[in-house]
Design a protein around this ligand. Structure first.
Ligand SMILES: Nc1nc2c(ncn2[C@@H]2O[C@H](COP(=O)(O)OP(=O)(O)OP(=O)(O)O)[C@@H](O)[C@H]2O)c(=O)[nH]1
Ligand SMILES: [Mg+2]
Length: 193
């Protein structure tokens, strides 16, 4: 069963991130710069949390069960994202390419739609991920993110949709710090569904 849905326009970085999150640590090192192809339709990923423990205790059922299914909806499906959200998952990862200013209006359009689609749920969560931060001029990261948040209307959405728990994080997918933070969010929110 899918617990978390991952969205974002074409090329935002969803597959690259989910591949990293679902790989073992050795696979992560080996595949750091592996090629990903644009998703046509959807991709399923299983994010595991006790990989190391499970290896040492092969018969430990609790460890085997310690995973969350994440569904990536390709950017080509953007027009149908809200129908997926209406169906069930209450935990959404929304990936935004922080280096791409050209498509910000398009991103904002879909973002507002997705948040609104969660408004009739008693409780929902969105993790807004600003990807490709390595491609943004280091001295302009703060200014850039302020602008993105403004175009997304994030401050307003936060105050309007009080049933939605918003969390934000900026990252470069090849930096190791993002993996445990995002996995921790998926573990908590994926389990709560
Ligand atoms: N520099 C940089 N490139 C990234 C990062 N994350 C992803 N990419 C690159 O962005 C490109 C698109 O990534 P994908 O993961 O295929 O994007 P996607 O969101 O899955 O796109 P669709 O499946 O087409 O909707 C790839 O060439 C990745 O290598 C990042 O943090 N930094
Ligand atoms: Mg993809």
């Amino acid at each position: 069963m899918v617990h978390v849905i991952c969205l974002g326009v074409t090329g935002a970085g969803k597959t690259t991130l989910l591949k990293r999150l679902s790989a073992s640590s050795e696979e992560q090192d080996a595949g750091k710069h592996s090629v990903v192809i644009p998703t046509v339709g959807v991709n399923h990923f299983c994010v595991k949390f006790s990989l190391e423990k499970a290896k040492s205790k092969k018969k430990n059922r609790a460890a085997d069960d310690d995973s969350v299914e994440v569904l990536e909806l390709g950017g080509d499906l953007a027009q149908t994202w809200t129908s997926y959200l209406a169906l069930s998952p209450l935990s959404v990862i929304f990936v935004i390419d922080a280096s791409d200013t050209i498509r910000l209006a398009q991103v904002a359009f879909h973002f507002v739609d997705c948040v609104a689609a969660l408004s009739n749920k008693a409780q929902a969560s969105i993790l807004v991920l600003y990807s490709k931060i390595d491609l943004v001029d280091e001295t302009k990261v703060g200014e850039k993110l302020r602008r993105i948040r403004q175009i997304l209307q994030l401050p307003h959405l936060k105050s309007w949709y009080t049933n939605v728990d918003f969390r934000e994080l900026q990252y470069c997918v090849w930096d190791d710090y993002c993996v445990p933070v995002i996995k921790d969010w998926i573990r908590k929110k994926g389990r709560a569904n």
